[in-house]
Design a binder for this molecule. Structure first.
Ligand code: NAD
Ligand code: TYD
Length: 369
């Protein structure tokens, strides 16, 4: 029987949400963080440059699918919690190449759960009671909503439509089963679309900011009326911290921004912000760059989150409004050109050609590239 430390093990802490989580955690907390990240195209150790030298921070370059590595990290650091962000996270990539999604999101989560179960079962009683496995998931597991449907709640039936959503649904089911079968203290959060600093520019908001800045076409899928519920990333991180400290093991919590927006409205808002912050004398308004392109196959029409449970049980609600959060985000991308240059590698450019080349139609020359 052994004890636990105050340490937390974060997976995927070099990605978009994970790095925001580690940075905000370390600002408010003296407890150590071990960050296990494979540094795929989406992971960037430079996101964490400001905490790199902090003795409370340890970076481990590795794969959550390697059971031995995960087991040895747990035995060495004896964390009181695992906060699991690591995933393949981009729907379009899951349509082009789904296999990596099954590997990391399903097998990787399974490996973590198995190793956590072994570690947890060998803890003393207070360690077992205090330990938490927080599985970070998405609202996309619930599928799609019609315009008048009620928002997703924790009891909405799962109906994933993309390989990404299906792989996350699989991981959610495994997390649930490890609580019910083995008693592992698992918590799951299902969050809506995040935006903010450090988001890889394959996702809607950073892609549109960068293309607008550079005068490139802004590729809007389908009719642009698909709706997402947007949440500023720091609000998501605050929700994860709240669930970790006060959530009830075995429960799931929906997290959302109460900010449903049609894609076309998000894109025009970005155009207007870029026009305002980076005016170009004599150039046309950035809205003129908007280009409707072929739709995403199986494109979910609408997501909306009912965050009543986390609000009432854990007293969490978003602090940021969409308009102010979007303004902060556009400014961040304008001020961080070095970060942008660092992530726009050859592999990134190949992805743009692969995803947007196919969608080209009359009037969409040079899309994304
Ligand atoms: P991201 O793609 O930006 O980052 C994923 C991170 O995981 C990267 O640092 C990557 O290197 C790492 N990773 C990938 N495979 C790994 C492996 N096998 N082993 C170790 N590390 C690995 O993703 P994100 O947007 O930060 O999302 C984080 C989590 O939040 C994901 O689980 C995602 O499903 C969930 N989520 C995301 C959103 C969103 O809008 N981005 C919304 C709700 C939930
Ligand atoms: P995305 O950021 O990929 O997140 P998700 O698919 O997980 O919701 O896309 C957000 C919305 O924007 C989604 O409806 C697809 C749409 N979209 C575009 O219209 N054009 C683009 O180039 C991208 C990447 C997304």
């Amino acid at each position: 029987m052994s004890t636990i430390n105050d340490t937390i093990l974060v997976t995927g802490g070099a990605g978009f949400i994970g790095s925001n989580f580690v940075l905000t955690w370390m600002k408010a907390n003296s407890a150590a963080v071990v960050n296990l990240d494979l540094l795929t195209y989406a992971g960037n150790a430079a996101n964490l440059a400001s905490v790199e030298a902090d003795p409370h921070y340890t970076f481990v370059h590795g794969d959550i699918c390697y059971a031995e590595l995960v087991g040895s990290l747990l035995r060495e650091h004896r964390p009181r919690a695992i906060v699991h962000f690591a995933a393949e996270s981009h729907v379009d990539r899951s349509i082009v190449s789904p296999e990596a999604f099954i590997r990391t999101n399903v097998m990787g989560t399974f490996t973590l759960l198995e190793q956590a179960r072994t570690y947890w079962s060998e803890l003393d009683e207070s360690g077992r009671t205090g330990f938490r496995f927080l599985h970070v998931s998405t609202d996309e597991v619930y599928g799609t909503l019609g315009p008048d449907d009620p928002a997703f709640s924790e009891t909405t039936a799962y109906a994933p439509n993309s390989p990404y959503a299906a792989s996350k649904a699989g991981s959610d089911h495994l997390a649930r089963a490890y609580f019910h079968t083995f008693g592992l203290p698992v918590l799951t959060t299902n969050c809506s679309n995040n935006y903010g600093p450090f988001q890889f520019p394959e996702k809607l908001i950073p892609l549109m900011i960068l293309n607008a800045l550079e005068g490139k076409p802004l590729p809007v899928y389908g009719d642009g009326k698909n709706v997402r519920d947007w949440l500023f990333v720091e609000d998501h991180c605050a929700a994860v911290r709240r669930v970790l400290e006060s959530g009830r093991p075995g429960e799931t919590y929906n997290v959302g921004g109460n900010s449903e927006r049609a894609n076309i409205d998000v894109v025009t808002a970005i155009c207007d912000l870029v026009d305002e912050m980076r005016p170009e004398a004599g150039a046309a308004a950035r809205r003129e760059l908007i280009t409707y392109v072929q739709d995403r196959p199986g494109h979910d029409r609408r997501y909306a989150i009912d965050a009543g449970k986390i609000t009432h049980e854990l007293n969490w609600k978003p602090a940021e409004r969409f308009e102010s959060g979007l303004r902060k985000t556009v400014r961040w991308y304008l001020e961080n050109s070095e970060w942008i240059d660092g992530v726009r590698t050859g592999a990134y450019r190949e992805w743009l050609t692969e995803n947007y080349g196919e969608r080209r139609n009359a009037g969409t020359k040079g899309l994304g590239t």
